[in-house]
Each structure stands twice: as C-alpha cells, then as structure tokens.
Design a protein around this ligand. Structure first.
Ligand code: ADP
Ligand code: MG
Length: 230
C-alpha cells in the first residue's frame, strides 16, 4: 500500500485552468522540485529579475492564449547577461504577437535554467475506467515521436514508480549504462508525489502535464507544467 510522502499534504486545488507558474506552485506544494521564476512586464524589469535569479536564465511568454510556448518562438534558453535579457523580452513579446495577434499577453517569465542530461514527461489524468492514472515517458521534443511510456494507477509506491522507469527505453540513460547514472531516486520521488496529487484530484476530472522534468546526475526539476481541473 503506497504511503503518502512527507510534505505532500496540501489539499487538492479547485476547478480551473492553471498556467505554468500556478501549476508549478501546486507541484511545489506536493514536494515536487520546481525551478524559480518571476513574472515581468518590461525589458528593464526582465534584466533585473534575471540578474537576481542568476545567469544563465530562461525566458518564456506568459499568455493564457498560448499553450505551446515554443511553437510561437516563446521560449529562449541560455540568456547570459542583462542586455540579452532585455533584448529577449522584446523579441519574445514581438514573436508571440506576430504568431497569435489576438493573444492577451500577461508578460514574460524569467526563470533559472536547469541543467540536465534527460527530459522526462510525467502526466496524470482521471481515466473513466481506472480513476486517477499517471503516465511517465521520455519528454522534450521527442514526446510525440516516442511511444515510450509507462502507465500506473495513482497513488504509486516508490518501488512501482521505479519499475515504471525501468520499463522505458530511456532507462539505460537514467541508470548510467555507459556514463554516469542520473538521479533516479529523485525522479522516483517526483513520480510518487505527482501520483498523490493525482490521487487527491481523483474525484474530479483533471489533466496534468509536467513536460519536461529535467534530470541531472544529482537532482531533477520540473520546468514546465500545466494543470486543468474540472
Ligand atoms: P512549451 O512546452 O510550452 O513549448 P517549455 O516551457 O516546456 O515550453 O519549454 C520548451 C523547452 O525548453 C523544454 O522542453 C526544455 O527543453 C527547455 N526549457 C524550458 N524551461 C527550461 C528551464 N528552466 N531550464 C532549462 N531548459 C528549459
Ligand atoms: Mg513543455
């Protein structure tokens, strides 16, 4: 019987559509590591936020009307200095306006850049037949190309989360076949915690996408997430 991990005691969120920042705040409430971010509304403010967070940073468009941010040129990684952050602010807003002229733009997210060797996707939803389920697979741009996924009902025990990872074709990358092993235990813990959120949401219809969870040798961190409840 899976046991609820310490620190995953937050009540499930109310019905609604949560953007990246709100979704990551909910994940953080369940003890899933997320990167730090700030919402800014101007080029100078972007540079200040970037300096405070520490370079390099990532910048992303924030708009409820733009779901796939990189499809509209709305994601920039590896910004290295104040001038780059200020220029990037204008570029991201211009690109988004050009791609989706009707979009209401709330600003730009400036966030710490995660380093990692592998991107993993952790999804969850309520299945009509099985109730809350969690899907784990290879993430990033390959997510639609690779049918490399493992599915389990929530909540998930750590040993079962580990078996899900072992069943993926990216498992050799995680376990360090040729090279250094990645933080498997951290990914297992993140899956378990997402599964408790899914469990807590289980009486409602919901859909959660953590894409990607960036995995390094000593940690993993969720850098993008989207949750819809109800
Ligand atoms: P979307 O999925 O809406 O296009 P993401 O926020 O997932 O936008 O960003 C697209 C890609 O950019 C990610 O899959 C990841 O490779 C990279 N990325 C995004 N945020 C970060 C970050 N904070 N640190 C490192 N890489 C990131
Ligand atoms: Mg994404």
């Amino acid at each position: 019987r899976p046991e609820r991990p310490a620190g995953a005691t937050v009540a499930a969120p109310a019905a609604g559509q949560y953007d990246e920042a709100a979704s990551k705040a909910i994940l953080a409430g369940y003890g899933v590591p997320v990167n730090e971010s700030r919402l800014v509304r101007g080029a100078d403010e972007a540079a200040t936020a970037a300096r405070e967070l520490g370079y390099p940073v990532v910048m992303k468009i924030v708009s409820a009307d733009i779901v796939h941010k990189s499809d509209v040129g709305g994601v920039a990684v590896g910004i290295a200095d104040d001038a780059g952050a200020a220029a990037c602010y204008r570029q991201i807003v211009d690109r988004a306006r050009a791609a989706v002229p009707t979009a209401r733009i709330d600003g730009v997210s400036v966030q710490t850049m995660a380093s990692g060797k592998l991107e993993v996707i952790v999804g969850a939803r309520r299945d009509a037949q099985f109730g809350p389920i969690v899907v784990v697979g290879a993430g990033g741009v390959l997510v639609e190309l690779l049918s490399d996924r493992a599915i389990a009902r929530a909540p998930i025990a750590a040993a079962d989360a580990r078996r899900m990872l072992e069943s993926l074709s990216v498992w050799p990358v995680l376990s360090g076949y040729r090279g250094r092993a990645l933080a498997v235990d951290a990914v297992v813990d993140a899956i378990v915690r997402v599964s408790w959120l899914a469990h807590d949401l289980g009486s409602q219809e919901f859909e959660l996408d953590v894409n990607p969870l960036i995995v390094d040798v000593d940690r993993c961190v969720a850098v993008d997430a989207r949750l819809r409840v109800g």
